[in-house]
Design a protein around this ligand. Sequence first.
Ligand code: AMP
Length: 542
Amino acid sequence: MLGLMQSQQLLISTLIDFAERHHGEGEVVSRRVEGDIHRTNYREVAARSRKVANALDGLNLAFSDRVATLAWNGYRHLELYFGVSGSGRVLHTLNPRLHPDQIVWIANHAEDQVLCFDMSFLPIVQAVHSRCTTIKHFIALCDADKLPADTGIPGLQSYEAWIAPQPATYTWPEFDENSASSMCYTSGTTGNPKAALYSHRSTLLHAMSGALPDALNMSARDAVLPVVPMFHVNAWGLPYSAAMTGAKLVFPGPAMDGKSIFELIESEKVSFAAGVPTVWQMMLGHMQACNLRFSTLKRTVIGGSACPPAMITAFNDVYGVEVLHAWGMTEMSPLGTVCTLKNKHLSMEPGDKMKVRLKQGRGIYGVDMKIVDGEGAELPWDGKAYGDLLVKGPWVISEYFKGEGGSPLVDGWFPTGDVATIDADGFMQITDRSKDVIKSGGEWISSIDVENIAMAHPSVAMAACIGMKHPKWDERPVIAVVKKPGCEVTRDELIHFYEGKTAKWQVPDDVIFVESIPLGGTGKMQKTKLRDLLKDYKLPNT
Ligand code: AMP
């Protein structure tokens, strides 16, 4: 017997419809590329999202066609989130921090049809547009009078001129909730980047679970500042959870420095902010230097890489702000765990409580986890045994876009590449990364990419890239190099060799010349041994 309840597909358009009807006055505030503060609300965002949908229809885009963005966090990007996905197209958020060659590869692989970009990224688009073979339309996210006359980009028009003539009425199409809604490429440790392709259903369920009290605890009384970029895993789903709860949204635009972020928190009475540790480090540094205090911020979610204990202490003890340590990944939309305490932890001694807070947290509803040993046998949840962490749930990928890399699942579980413990209360803690990618300022650097460039130098016999702890960027790459016999190359020559071959922030900070690199039984480099050998090494200028 079937239940006798109304059936409605879980579509992203229902989020903006809801926000418009129930929270029409709910504010959306953005610091713009233009430098000013722009104010709008859910009612206007909804109307302009419908204009976007009409404008896309006008370009004759088919269902599931990809519309790419190269944009900061702001209201126009938010309108694209709803207008693109709501009308049945797929929003592809490109990462502007990638090297232009990577952007070209990704845009072509995704077969993007339209590219909407912030004016800060005009030079990138000018450099790549002729090589993006599938993009037919270029839209600059600005007013018509901000568009320079001769950009060299064929058919370029301003977003405002593009949507101005469109009606603000539009009937959002009804379709299968499992249809693709947005996509995000991971940098991948081997081979080319691979894309997670999210669905309407996965996005809505993720947003709903993410908003729960023991997750991010979002409500209409919150003013939310996603510092985490909208081009990285949909800003952890915050734009969707905000529309679902009617929370005020505050967007930082391109100004991510500590002073600008602090000022925005104060001027917009932000109660909840989200970002990677690097961002908070810059803001805390600014606050310390200027002896500042928060007047409205209550909690902050910190994830993307491990949150240092000093940061938790500073937020909690000095500024009275609760830190929610969280863990997830692109393949998980991204939320997996959030470290919200249980009753039993509240009466703990500060030192013991800190040990719990440092963990990545417990699974939110919808994400199941397990840790397994080398043979795939499940390990106990005792907080001591550690093994490979696997996850499953309705917002975890089943495969990558276009089937790249074959099936990633093991008996229906997704291997995260992280190594972790889980304690009896279900709190997971990452102990290590089985991958060797380097996390710098919340972004990935593929050690293999860095090595491949060094290996292309005529004097280099072997190169191994590892991440070294850095006080500001979390980790920075250094490269250990074995020279070819009889060949010479200096540190500076090798660093110079990276110029133009990769993005600046992916260039290693230092070169260490070594006699040999430890190799394992199958001839693979043993980076754990290399790290041991270099344990006393210190990065330059740290
Ligand atoms: P990404 O797909 O770029 O979001 O990166 C996901 C990876 O970042 C995870 O597999 C972890 O290795 C790492 N990560 C994310 N959050 C945390 C955290 N709170 N602590 C430690 N590592 C984290």
